[in-house]
Design a binder for this molecule. Structure first.
Ligand code: CMC
Length: 431
Protein backbone atom coordinates (compact mmCIF):
# COMPACT_ATOMS: atom_id res chain seq x y z
CA UNK A 1 0.00 0.00 0.00
CA UNK A 2 1.34 3.46 -0.91
CA UNK A 3 2.68 5.69 1.88
CA UNK A 4 1.73 8.84 -0.01
CA UNK A 5 -0.61 11.16 1.88
CA UNK A 6 -2.56 14.32 1.19
CA UNK A 7 -2.86 16.98 3.88
CA UNK A 8 -6.24 18.54 4.36
CA UNK A 9 -6.34 21.77 6.36
CA UNK A 10 -9.39 23.49 7.82
CA UNK A 11 -8.47 27.15 7.38
CA UNK A 12 -10.93 28.25 10.06
CA UNK A 13 -9.61 26.07 12.89
CA UNK A 14 -6.15 25.18 11.63
CA UNK A 15 -6.91 21.46 12.17
CA UNK A 16 -5.28 19.14 9.66
CA UNK A 17 -5.73 15.55 8.58
CA UNK A 18 -3.15 13.37 6.84
CA UNK A 19 -5.16 11.37 4.35
CA UNK A 20 -3.55 8.26 2.80
CA UNK A 21 -3.48 8.26 -1.01
CA UNK A 22 -3.90 4.88 -2.70
CA UNK A 23 -3.11 3.82 -6.23
CA UNK A 24 -4.62 0.82 -7.99
CA UNK A 25 -3.15 -1.11 -10.91
CA UNK A 26 -4.58 1.54 -13.23
CA UNK A 27 -6.63 4.69 -12.85
CA UNK A 28 -6.23 7.91 -10.87
CA UNK A 29 -5.00 8.13 -7.29
CA UNK A 30 -7.64 7.78 -4.60
CA UNK A 31 -7.71 9.79 -1.37
CA UNK A 32 -8.73 7.63 1.58
CA UNK A 33 -11.17 9.63 3.71
CA UNK A 34 -12.20 6.87 6.12
CA UNK A 35 -10.49 8.72 9.02
CA UNK A 36 -11.80 12.13 8.05
CA UNK A 37 -14.67 12.23 10.53
CA UNK A 38 -12.49 10.97 13.35
CA UNK A 39 -9.69 13.49 12.64
CA UNK A 40 -11.65 16.52 11.42
CA UNK A 41 -15.25 15.95 12.55
CA UNK A 42 -16.65 16.36 9.01
CA UNK A 43 -18.23 14.10 6.41
CA UNK A 44 -17.84 14.38 2.64
CA UNK A 45 -20.79 15.11 0.36
CA UNK A 46 -20.98 13.45 -3.05
CA UNK A 47 -24.53 12.71 -4.25
CA UNK A 48 -24.50 10.17 -7.05
CA UNK A 49 -20.98 9.10 -5.99
CA UNK A 50 -19.42 11.17 -8.77
CA UNK A 51 -15.98 11.22 -7.10
CA UNK A 52 -16.25 8.43 -4.55
CA UNK A 53 -14.79 4.94 -4.69
CA UNK A 54 -16.73 2.45 -2.57
CA UNK A 55 -14.47 -0.59 -2.65
CA UNK A 56 -11.33 -2.21 -4.00
CA UNK A 57 -12.10 -4.44 -6.96
CA UNK A 58 -10.02 -6.48 -9.38
CA UNK A 59 -12.85 -7.41 -11.74
CA UNK A 60 -13.39 -4.62 -14.27
CA UNK A 61 -11.55 -1.44 -15.19
CA UNK A 62 -12.97 1.55 -17.06
CA UNK A 63 -11.04 4.60 -18.26
CA UNK A 64 -13.89 6.88 -19.27
CA UNK A 65 -11.70 9.54 -20.87
CA UNK A 66 -9.85 7.06 -23.06
CA UNK A 67 -12.95 4.91 -23.73
CA UNK A 68 -11.31 1.77 -22.28
CA UNK A 69 -13.09 -1.22 -20.74
CA UNK A 70 -11.22 -4.28 -19.45
CA UNK A 71 -12.53 -7.45 -17.81
CA UNK A 72 -9.81 -8.82 -15.53
CA UNK A 73 -7.26 -6.86 -17.59
CA UNK A 74 -8.43 -8.04 -21.02
CA UNK A 75 -9.66 -5.27 -23.38
CA UNK A 76 -13.33 -5.67 -24.28
CA UNK A 77 -12.52 -5.47 -28.00
CA UNK A 78 -10.44 -8.67 -27.80
CA UNK A 79 -12.98 -10.49 -25.69
CA UNK A 80 -15.86 -9.48 -27.95
CA UNK A 81 -14.02 -10.74 -30.99
CA UNK A 82 -12.54 -13.95 -29.64
CA UNK A 83 -14.45 -15.21 -26.63
CA UNK A 84 -17.92 -16.46 -25.71
CA UNK A 85 -20.25 -15.59 -22.87
CA UNK A 86 -19.58 -18.56 -20.60
CA UNK A 87 -15.83 -18.14 -20.94
CA UNK A 88 -16.33 -14.49 -19.95
CA UNK A 89 -18.48 -15.62 -17.02
CA UNK A 90 -15.65 -17.89 -15.87
CA UNK A 91 -13.14 -15.07 -16.30
CA UNK A 92 -15.22 -12.63 -14.26
CA UNK A 93 -15.94 -15.12 -11.50
CA UNK A 94 -12.54 -16.75 -11.13
CA UNK A 95 -10.14 -14.03 -12.31
CA UNK A 96 -8.36 -15.82 -15.20
CA UNK A 97 -9.27 -17.34 -18.53
CA UNK A 98 -9.99 -21.06 -18.09
CA UNK A 99 -7.92 -23.83 -19.66
CA UNK A 100 -9.99 -26.21 -21.83
CA UNK A 101 -10.82 -28.67 -19.02
CA UNK A 102 -11.84 -25.86 -16.64
CA UNK A 103 -14.11 -24.36 -19.27
CA UNK A 104 -15.71 -27.71 -20.08
CA UNK A 105 -16.34 -28.38 -16.38
CA UNK A 106 -17.83 -24.92 -15.92
CA UNK A 107 -20.10 -25.25 -18.97
CA UNK A 108 -21.22 -28.63 -17.70
CA UNK A 109 -22.03 -27.27 -14.24
CA UNK A 110 -24.01 -24.33 -15.62
CA UNK A 111 -25.87 -26.61 -18.06
CA UNK A 112 -26.93 -28.86 -15.19
CA UNK A 113 -28.31 -26.03 -13.07
CA UNK A 114 -30.61 -24.51 -15.70
CA UNK A 115 -33.87 -26.13 -14.60
CA UNK A 116 -36.02 -24.34 -12.07
CA UNK A 117 -37.95 -26.00 -9.28
CA UNK A 118 -41.39 -26.98 -10.62
CA UNK A 119 -43.13 -25.15 -7.78
CA UNK A 120 -41.35 -21.94 -8.82
CA UNK A 121 -43.45 -22.07 -11.98
CA UNK A 122 -46.58 -21.36 -9.95
CA UNK A 123 -45.11 -17.97 -8.96
CA UNK A 124 -45.60 -16.84 -12.55
CA UNK A 125 -49.33 -17.50 -12.30
CA UNK A 126 -49.56 -14.79 -9.65
CA UNK A 127 -48.72 -12.19 -12.30
CA UNK A 128 -51.30 -10.84 -14.70
CA UNK A 129 -50.49 -11.89 -18.27
CA UNK A 130 -49.41 -8.36 -19.23
CA UNK A 131 -47.09 -7.79 -16.26
CA UNK A 132 -43.80 -6.26 -17.39
CA UNK A 133 -41.20 -9.06 -17.61
CA UNK A 134 -38.81 -7.02 -15.44
CA UNK A 135 -41.47 -6.93 -12.70
CA UNK A 136 -41.75 -10.71 -12.98
CA UNK A 137 -37.95 -11.02 -12.84
CA UNK A 138 -37.70 -8.94 -9.64
CA UNK A 139 -40.38 -11.09 -8.01
CA UNK A 140 -39.37 -14.54 -9.21
CA UNK A 141 -35.61 -14.11 -8.74
CA UNK A 142 -36.30 -12.71 -5.26
CA UNK A 143 -38.44 -15.75 -4.52
CA UNK A 144 -35.44 -18.03 -5.22
CA UNK A 145 -34.22 -16.89 -1.81
CA UNK A 146 -37.09 -18.89 -0.34
CA UNK A 147 -35.90 -22.03 -2.15
CA UNK A 148 -32.27 -21.54 -1.18
CA UNK A 149 -32.04 -19.89 2.21
CA UNK A 150 -31.44 -22.35 5.04
CA UNK A 151 -29.15 -24.38 2.78
CA UNK A 152 -26.82 -21.42 2.12
CA UNK A 153 -24.09 -20.42 4.52
CA UNK A 154 -22.86 -17.21 2.91
CA UNK A 155 -19.64 -17.41 4.94
CA UNK A 156 -18.76 -20.67 3.20
CA UNK A 157 -16.93 -19.97 -0.12
CA UNK A 158 -18.16 -23.25 -1.63
CA UNK A 159 -21.79 -22.35 -0.84
CA UNK A 160 -21.24 -18.96 -2.43
CA UNK A 161 -19.84 -20.61 -5.53
CA UNK A 162 -22.84 -22.94 -5.84
CA UNK A 163 -25.19 -19.96 -5.48
CA UNK A 164 -23.25 -18.18 -8.24
CA UNK A 165 -23.63 -21.17 -10.57
CA UNK A 166 -27.33 -21.42 -9.82
CA UNK A 167 -27.97 -17.76 -10.54
CA UNK A 168 -26.05 -17.71 -13.83
CA UNK A 169 -27.73 -20.95 -14.94
CA UNK A 170 -31.32 -20.18 -13.93
CA UNK A 171 -31.56 -16.58 -15.05
CA UNK A 172 -32.19 -17.39 -18.77
CA UNK A 173 -34.81 -19.97 -17.78
CA UNK A 174 -36.67 -17.47 -15.59
CA UNK A 175 -36.30 -14.73 -18.21
CA UNK A 176 -37.72 -16.88 -21.01
CA UNK A 177 -40.56 -18.03 -18.73
CA UNK A 178 -41.42 -14.35 -18.04
CA UNK A 179 -41.83 -13.87 -21.78
CA UNK A 180 -43.83 -17.07 -22.28
CA UNK A 181 -46.14 -16.00 -19.45
CA UNK A 182 -46.62 -12.66 -21.24
CA UNK A 183 -47.68 -14.27 -24.50
CA UNK A 184 -49.60 -17.16 -22.95
CA UNK A 185 -47.42 -19.95 -24.31
CA UNK A 186 -46.21 -22.97 -22.32
CA UNK A 187 -42.79 -22.72 -20.69
CA UNK A 188 -40.06 -24.52 -22.62
CA UNK A 189 -37.57 -26.63 -20.66
CA UNK A 190 -33.84 -26.01 -21.11
CA UNK A 191 -32.00 -28.12 -23.67
CA UNK A 192 -28.68 -29.54 -22.58
CA UNK A 193 -27.49 -30.04 -26.15
CA UNK A 194 -27.41 -26.28 -26.77
CA UNK A 195 -24.96 -23.69 -25.53
CA UNK A 196 -25.98 -20.91 -23.12
CA UNK A 197 -27.24 -18.35 -25.66
CA UNK A 198 -28.80 -20.88 -28.07
CA UNK A 199 -30.59 -22.52 -25.16
CA UNK A 200 -32.01 -19.16 -24.12
CA UNK A 201 -33.31 -18.50 -27.65
CA UNK A 202 -34.84 -21.96 -27.68
CA UNK A 203 -36.65 -21.34 -24.37
CA UNK A 204 -37.89 -18.01 -25.79
CA UNK A 205 -39.03 -19.09 -29.24
CA UNK A 206 -39.60 -22.85 -29.31
CA UNK A 207 -43.05 -24.32 -28.75
CA UNK A 208 -43.87 -27.91 -27.82
CA UNK A 209 -45.52 -28.36 -31.23
CA UNK A 210 -42.55 -28.38 -33.55
CA UNK A 211 -38.76 -28.60 -33.60
CA UNK A 212 -36.80 -25.38 -33.21
CA UNK A 213 -33.21 -24.67 -34.11
CA UNK A 214 -31.82 -21.25 -33.17
CA UNK A 215 -30.39 -19.17 -36.02
CA UNK A 216 -26.57 -19.12 -35.68
CA UNK A 217 -26.47 -15.39 -36.48
CA UNK A 218 -28.96 -14.72 -33.70
CA UNK A 219 -26.89 -16.86 -31.31
CA UNK A 220 -23.75 -14.94 -32.28
CA UNK A 221 -25.46 -11.58 -31.75
CA UNK A 222 -26.87 -12.55 -28.33
CA UNK A 223 -23.48 -13.95 -27.32
CA UNK A 224 -21.82 -10.66 -28.23
CA UNK A 225 -24.41 -8.50 -26.47
CA UNK A 226 -24.17 -10.69 -23.37
CA UNK A 227 -20.36 -10.26 -23.37
CA UNK A 228 -20.69 -6.48 -23.66
CA UNK A 229 -23.25 -6.32 -20.85
CA UNK A 230 -21.54 -8.83 -18.53
CA UNK A 231 -19.97 -6.32 -16.14
CA UNK A 232 -19.34 -2.62 -15.78
CA UNK A 233 -17.67 -2.12 -12.38
CA UNK A 234 -19.53 -0.07 -9.74
CA UNK A 235 -22.64 0.95 -11.75
CA UNK A 236 -25.98 1.55 -10.02
CA UNK A 237 -27.24 -2.05 -10.07
CA UNK A 238 -23.89 -3.58 -9.06
CA UNK A 239 -23.54 -1.06 -6.24
CA UNK A 240 -27.11 -1.96 -5.21
CA UNK A 241 -26.18 -5.65 -5.08
CA UNK A 242 -23.07 -4.84 -3.05
CA UNK A 243 -24.98 -2.60 -0.65
CA UNK A 244 -27.74 -5.19 -0.18
CA UNK A 245 -25.13 -7.92 0.26
CA UNK A 246 -23.11 -5.85 2.73
CA UNK A 247 -25.74 -6.60 5.37
CA UNK A 248 -25.09 -10.31 4.67
CA UNK A 249 -28.48 -10.76 3.05
CA UNK A 250 -29.48 -13.80 1.00
CA UNK A 251 -27.64 -13.63 -2.38
CA UNK A 252 -30.77 -14.31 -4.47
CA UNK A 253 -32.52 -11.41 -2.73
CA UNK A 254 -29.43 -9.24 -3.43
CA UNK A 255 -29.56 -10.09 -7.14
CA UNK A 256 -33.29 -9.24 -7.18
CA UNK A 257 -32.37 -5.79 -5.81
CA UNK A 258 -29.86 -5.43 -8.65
CA UNK A 259 -32.57 -6.28 -11.18
CA UNK A 260 -34.81 -3.61 -9.66
CA UNK A 261 -32.08 -1.01 -9.98
CA UNK A 262 -31.23 -2.05 -13.53
CA UNK A 263 -34.83 -1.57 -14.65
CA UNK A 264 -34.72 2.26 -14.52
CA UNK A 265 -34.45 4.11 -17.86
CA UNK A 266 -31.29 5.94 -16.75
CA UNK A 267 -29.60 2.50 -16.43
CA UNK A 268 -30.50 -0.81 -18.12
CA UNK A 269 -34.02 0.33 -18.98
CA UNK A 270 -32.41 2.66 -21.54
CA UNK A 271 -32.44 0.01 -24.29
CA UNK A 272 -36.24 -0.24 -24.12
CA UNK A 273 -36.48 3.55 -23.80
CA UNK A 274 -34.35 4.03 -26.96
CA UNK A 275 -36.83 2.06 -29.03
CA UNK A 276 -39.75 3.99 -27.51
CA UNK A 277 -37.92 7.22 -28.35
CA UNK A 278 -37.18 6.18 -31.94
CA UNK A 279 -40.85 5.27 -32.39
CA UNK A 280 -41.83 8.63 -30.91
CA UNK A 281 -39.50 10.49 -33.30
CA UNK A 282 -40.92 8.36 -36.09
CA UNK A 283 -39.11 9.88 -39.06
CA UNK A 284 -35.80 11.61 -39.87
CA UNK A 285 -37.73 14.78 -40.66
CA UNK A 286 -38.60 15.07 -36.94
CA UNK A 287 -35.05 14.75 -35.64
CA UNK A 288 -34.36 18.48 -35.35
CA UNK A 289 -37.49 18.98 -33.27
CA UNK A 290 -36.47 16.26 -30.82
CA UNK A 291 -32.87 17.48 -30.61
CA UNK A 292 -34.27 20.85 -29.55
CA UNK A 293 -36.45 19.16 -26.92
CA UNK A 294 -33.43 17.22 -25.58
CA UNK A 295 -31.51 20.48 -25.18
CA UNK A 296 -34.35 22.34 -23.47
CA UNK A 297 -33.71 22.28 -19.68
CA UNK A 298 -37.46 22.74 -19.08
CA UNK A 299 -38.37 19.70 -21.18
CA UNK A 300 -37.95 16.30 -19.47
CA UNK A 301 -37.17 14.67 -22.85
CA UNK A 302 -33.63 13.24 -23.01
CA UNK A 303 -31.93 11.54 -25.87
CA UNK A 304 -32.08 7.97 -24.57
CA UNK A 305 -28.97 5.92 -25.29
CA UNK A 306 -26.85 9.06 -25.09
CA UNK A 307 -24.47 10.07 -22.33
CA UNK A 308 -22.73 8.12 -19.64
CA UNK A 309 -21.52 8.94 -16.16
CA UNK A 310 -18.06 7.55 -16.88
CA UNK A 311 -17.46 7.54 -20.65
CA UNK A 312 -16.66 11.06 -21.80
CA UNK A 313 -15.06 10.20 -25.12
CA UNK A 314 -16.82 7.15 -26.48
CA UNK A 315 -18.41 4.00 -25.07
CA UNK A 316 -16.25 1.16 -26.45
CA UNK A 317 -19.24 -1.20 -26.21
CA UNK A 318 -21.24 1.11 -28.50
CA UNK A 319 -18.43 1.09 -31.08
CA UNK A 320 -18.43 -2.73 -31.15
CA UNK A 321 -22.21 -3.01 -31.25
CA UNK A 322 -22.57 -0.45 -34.02
CA UNK A 323 -20.42 -2.61 -36.26
CA UNK A 324 -22.39 -5.80 -35.71
CA UNK A 325 -25.71 -4.00 -36.02
CA UNK A 326 -25.17 -3.87 -39.80
CA UNK A 327 -24.30 -7.55 -39.99
CA UNK A 328 -27.34 -8.65 -38.00
CA UNK A 329 -29.74 -6.43 -39.88
CA UNK A 330 -28.41 -7.47 -43.27
CA UNK A 331 -28.61 -11.15 -42.45
CA UNK A 332 -31.67 -11.39 -40.28
CA UNK A 333 -34.08 -8.54 -40.91
CA UNK A 334 -36.13 -9.10 -44.09
CA UNK A 335 -36.18 -5.49 -45.10
CA UNK A 336 -34.14 -2.35 -44.49
CA UNK A 337 -34.63 -1.46 -40.88
CA UNK A 338 -36.00 2.09 -40.72
CA UNK A 339 -35.24 2.29 -36.97
CA UNK A 340 -31.57 1.68 -37.65
CA UNK A 341 -31.51 4.35 -40.38
CA UNK A 342 -33.25 6.76 -38.02
CA UNK A 343 -30.80 5.90 -35.23
CA UNK A 344 -27.79 6.48 -37.49
CA UNK A 345 -29.11 9.86 -38.59
CA UNK A 346 -30.00 10.89 -35.03
CA UNK A 347 -26.52 9.88 -33.89
CA UNK A 348 -24.94 11.95 -36.67
CA UNK A 349 -27.01 15.06 -35.89
CA UNK A 350 -26.35 14.81 -32.14
CA UNK A 351 -22.61 14.25 -32.59
CA UNK A 352 -22.38 17.47 -34.61
CA UNK A 353 -24.48 19.51 -32.20
CA UNK A 354 -22.62 21.90 -29.89
CA UNK A 355 -24.78 20.98 -26.85
CA UNK A 356 -23.85 17.29 -27.07
CA UNK A 357 -20.22 17.99 -28.00
CA UNK A 358 -19.73 20.39 -25.07
CA UNK A 359 -21.21 17.93 -22.57
CA UNK A 360 -19.33 14.99 -24.08
CA UNK A 361 -22.55 13.08 -24.72
CA UNK A 362 -21.93 10.08 -27.00
CA UNK A 363 -24.09 7.08 -27.89
CA UNK A 364 -23.79 4.39 -25.23
CA UNK A 365 -24.11 0.62 -25.55
CA UNK A 366 -27.88 0.74 -25.33
CA UNK A 367 -28.31 3.10 -28.24
CA UNK A 368 -27.87 0.07 -30.52
CA UNK A 369 -28.63 -3.01 -28.42
CA UNK A 370 -32.42 -2.61 -28.71
CA UNK A 371 -32.23 -2.33 -32.50
CA UNK A 372 -30.40 -5.65 -32.66
CA UNK A 373 -32.77 -7.33 -30.23
CA UNK A 374 -35.72 -6.06 -32.22
CA UNK A 375 -34.27 -7.59 -35.39
CA UNK A 376 -34.05 -10.90 -33.49
CA UNK A 377 -37.81 -10.63 -32.75
CA UNK A 378 -37.21 -10.02 -29.07
CA UNK A 379 -39.92 -7.63 -27.88
CA UNK A 380 -38.94 -4.27 -26.35
CA UNK A 381 -40.19 -5.23 -22.87
CA UNK A 382 -37.58 -8.02 -22.86
CA UNK A 383 -34.59 -5.82 -23.74
CA UNK A 384 -33.74 -4.97 -20.14
CA UNK A 385 -34.36 -8.60 -19.17
CA UNK A 386 -31.65 -9.56 -21.69
CA UNK A 387 -29.35 -7.06 -19.98
CA UNK A 388 -30.22 -8.60 -16.59
CA UNK A 389 -29.32 -12.13 -17.79
CA UNK A 390 -25.94 -10.90 -19.02
CA UNK A 391 -25.21 -8.72 -15.97
CA UNK A 392 -26.02 -11.50 -13.49
CA UNK A 393 -22.46 -12.80 -13.69
CA UNK A 394 -21.12 -9.29 -12.99
CA UNK A 395 -23.40 -8.89 -9.97
CA UNK A 396 -22.46 -12.33 -8.67
CA UNK A 397 -18.72 -11.77 -9.22
CA UNK A 398 -18.92 -8.50 -7.27
CA UNK A 399 -20.95 -10.14 -4.50
CA UNK A 400 -18.39 -12.96 -4.24
CA UNK A 401 -15.49 -10.50 -4.23
CA UNK A 402 -17.17 -8.41 -1.53
CA UNK A 403 -17.94 -11.43 0.66
CA UNK A 404 -14.29 -12.49 0.37
CA UNK A 405 -12.93 -9.06 1.30
CA UNK A 406 -11.60 -8.98 4.89
CA UNK A 407 -12.23 -5.19 4.99
CA UNK A 408 -15.91 -5.62 4.05
CA UNK A 409 -18.31 -3.70 6.29
CA UNK A 410 -21.97 -2.89 6.05
CA UNK A 411 -22.52 -0.04 3.56
CA UNK A 412 -23.80 3.00 5.42
CA UNK A 413 -23.53 6.44 3.76
CA UNK A 414 -24.01 9.64 5.77
CA UNK A 415 -26.15 12.66 4.90
CA UNK A 416 -26.59 16.40 5.25
CA UNK A 417 -29.65 16.69 7.46
CA UNK A 418 -31.99 19.42 6.14
CA UNK A 419 -35.04 18.74 8.31
CA UNK A 420 -36.49 20.67 11.23
CA UNK A 421 -34.22 21.48 14.18
CA UNK A 422 -35.14 19.76 17.47
CA UNK A 423 -38.68 20.64 18.57
CA UNK A 424 -41.11 19.42 21.22
CA UNK A 425 -44.09 17.17 20.65
CA UNK A 426 -47.42 19.04 20.74
CA UNK A 427 -50.51 17.01 21.80
CA UNK A 428 -53.15 16.61 19.08
CA UNK A 429 -55.73 18.92 20.75
CA UNK A 430 -53.11 21.74 21.06
CA UNK A 431 -51.94 21.83 17.38
N1 CMC B 1 -29.95 13.91 -23.41
C1 CMC B 1 -29.86 15.25 -23.22
N2 CMC B 1 -29.07 15.82 -22.30
C2 CMC B 1 -28.33 15.02 -21.53
C3 CMC B 1 -28.36 13.61 -21.66
C4 CMC B 1 -29.20 13.07 -22.63
N3 CMC B 1 -29.27 11.74 -22.80
N4 CMC B 1 -27.53 13.04 -20.75
C5 CMC B 1 -26.99 14.06 -20.07
N5 CMC B 1 -27.47 15.25 -20.53
C6 CMC B 1 -27.06 16.60 -20.09
C7 CMC B 1 -27.71 16.93 -18.76
O1 CMC B 1 -28.94 17.58 -18.92
C8 CMC B 1 -26.66 17.82 -18.16
O2 CMC B 1 -26.74 19.11 -18.79
P1 CMC B 1 -26.44 20.45 -17.93
O3 CMC B 1 -24.99 20.34 -17.54
O4 CMC B 1 -26.76 21.55 -18.86
O5 CMC B 1 -27.36 20.38 -16.72
C9 CMC B 1 -25.33 17.21 -18.62
O6 CMC B 1 -25.66 16.56 -19.85
C10 CMC B 1 -24.75 16.20 -17.64
O7 CMC B 1 -25.74 15.22 -17.38
P2 CMC B 1 -25.95 14.47 -15.99
O8 CMC B 1 -27.37 14.06 -15.88
O9 CMC B 1 -25.37 15.30 -14.88
O10 CMC B 1 -25.02 13.23 -16.18
P3 CMC B 1 -25.02 11.93 -15.31
O11 CMC B 1 -23.64 11.41 -15.35
O12 CMC B 1 -25.62 12.18 -13.97
O13 CMC B 1 -26.03 10.96 -16.09
C11 CMC B 1 -26.86 9.34 -17.58
C12 CMC B 1 -25.62 9.92 -16.93
C13 CMC B 1 -26.46 8.07 -18.35
C14 CMC B 1 -27.88 8.93 -16.51
C15 CMC B 1 -27.48 10.38 -18.54
O14 CMC B 1 -26.54 10.73 -19.53
C16 CMC B 1 -28.78 9.91 -19.17
O15 CMC B 1 -29.84 10.04 -18.56
N6 CMC B 1 -28.71 9.32 -20.42
C17 CMC B 1 -29.89 8.75 -21.04
C18 CMC B 1 -30.18 7.38 -20.43
C19 CMC B 1 -29.22 6.32 -20.92
O16 CMC B 1 -28.94 6.19 -22.10
N7 CMC B 1 -28.74 5.48 -19.97
C20 CMC B 1 -27.92 4.32 -20.29
C21 CMC B 1 -26.54 4.39 -19.70
S1 CMC B 1 -25.47 3.13 -20.44
C22 CMC B 1 -26.14 1.62 -19.95
C23 CMC B 1 -25.77 1.28 -18.57
O17 CMC B 1 -24.60 0.92 -18.34
O18 CMC B 1 -26.66 1.31 -17.71
Amino acid sequence: MSKKTMTLTDNATGRTAELPVHKGTAGPEVVDITRLYRDMGVFTFDPGFVATGSCRSSITYIDGDAGKLWYRGYPIEQLAEKSNYLEIAYLLLYGDLPVRQELENFENIIRHHTMINETLKSFFDGFHYNAHPMAIMVGVVGSLSAFYHDSIDIHNPRHREISAHRMIAKMPTIAAASYKHNIGEPFIYPRNDLDYCANFLSMMFATPCEPYEPDPIAVKAVNLLFILHADHEQNASTSTVRLAGSSQANPFACIASGIASLWGPAHGGANEAVLDMLRQIGDVSNIDKYILKAKDPDDPFRLMGFGHRVYKNHDPRATIIRQICHEVLENIADTDNPMFELALRLEQVALEDEYFVERKLYPNVDFYSGIIYQALNIPATMFTVMFAIARTVGWVAHWMEMMDDPDQRIGRPRQIYTGAPQRDYVPLDKR
